[in-house]
Write a protein that binds this ligand. Structure first.
Ligand code: ASP
Length: 303
């Protein structure tokens, strides 16, 4: 048996185009193919995330948002079998999740950031790309006008997001469990629009936005600062250790987020070693999809 769940970000999502739907479906299918052919959960989550990084429809890889300096700074992390790797604040790596996996497999560190993380990736032959497009610059200029007029923006908080929902969208993540019951999690993001340069979110932090151990795997999305403070991934691990199921864990985590910080903050996908899944969020929507070996076809929900 095997299972995979992916997300394409939590936020104020009100609609999805046909292409966005297809991209999410493609991500679930490619991860599922890896698992169906006997591949590992680690390969499956990496594959699914690469598809979303490459699609341009999500806030990860080619679709990444811009920070307040008009630059792309991406975070990504991957974890499985007691090993973890991450990159933070990388500007040009085409697939940050590939770089995260290299950190996990080739170094004794967990996170590499900035310039050296890029040099490391280039040295290993990973592709580089420029993700700053005219379309993004257009949105950047519009958002900057608002913030110049109204406030000095670096408070990535809920009130601000309620007013400018466009700032948070489309982080991607995947969790999977394979036929050997090995669990894996992967998450990749451009962060939030107009974040300060050098800001690192929950995605890159093992135990916050990305986590997998022998009982449970989690990928989170939402306002990273709250997810870090709550240590969602580590909490999921502790809840699984106490015997909770994936669905109970997802509900408990989001209910805790709501009671601590209010609604409109975060979403999680969770899988446990018994192939049970949990999905919950307290934002208006969260793009998500899943497939299990006993299902005929994948399910994808766009909002
Ligand atoms: N969690 C991501 C971050 O704060 C953003 C997101 O999930 O959309 O960097």
């Amino acid at each position: 048996m095997w299972a995979i769940v992916v997300h394409g970000g939590a936020g104020q999502i009100t609609s999805a185009s046909r292409e966005e739907h297809e991209a999410l479906l493609e991500a679930v299918k490619s991860g599922a193919e890896v698992l169906a052919s006997g591949g590992s959960s680690l390969d499956a989550v990496e594959r699914a995330v690469i598809v979303m990084e490459d699609s341009g429809f999500f806030n990860a890889g080619s679709g990444s948002c811009l920070n307040i300096a008009g630059e792309v700074e991406m975070d990504a992390a991957i974890m499985s079998g007691g090993k973890a790797g991450a990159v933070a604040c990388v500007k040009r790596i085409k697939n940050p999740i590939r770089a995260a996996r290299k950190v996990m497999e080739l170094t004794d560190h967990v996170i590499l950031s900035g310039e050296f993380a890029e040099k490391f990736a280039v040295k290993l032959g990973l592709e580089i790309s420029n993700f700053i497009t005219e379309e993004k610059m257009e949105k950047y200029r519009k958002l900057m006008e608002v913030f110049r007029r109204k406030e000095w923006y670096y408070k990535v908080n809920k009130d601000l997001l309620d007013r400018y929902p466009d700032l948070l969208h489309g982080t991607v993540g995947a969790v999977a469990v394979d036929s050997r019951r090995d669990l894996a999690a992967a998450t990749s993001t451009g962060g939030v629009w107009l974040k300060l340069p050098g800001r690192i979110g929950d995605t890159a932090l093992i135990g916050a936005g990305t986590y997998a151990d022998s009982r449970v795997a989690l990928s989170a999305t939402g306002i990273g600062e709250y997810i870090i403070k709550m240590g969602l991934g580590t909490r999921a691990g502790m809840m699984a250790e106490m015997g909770m199921r994936a669905d109970e864990i997802a509900r408990a985590l989001i209910s805790k987020m709501s009671s601590e910080f209010g609604r409109g903050i975060a979403g999680v996908i969770v899988l446990d070693r018994d192939y049970r899944m949990g999905i919950d969020y307290n934002t208006a929507g969260m793009r998500r999809g899943w497939m299990r070996s006993d299902m005929k076809r994948p399910v994808v929900i766009d909002i």
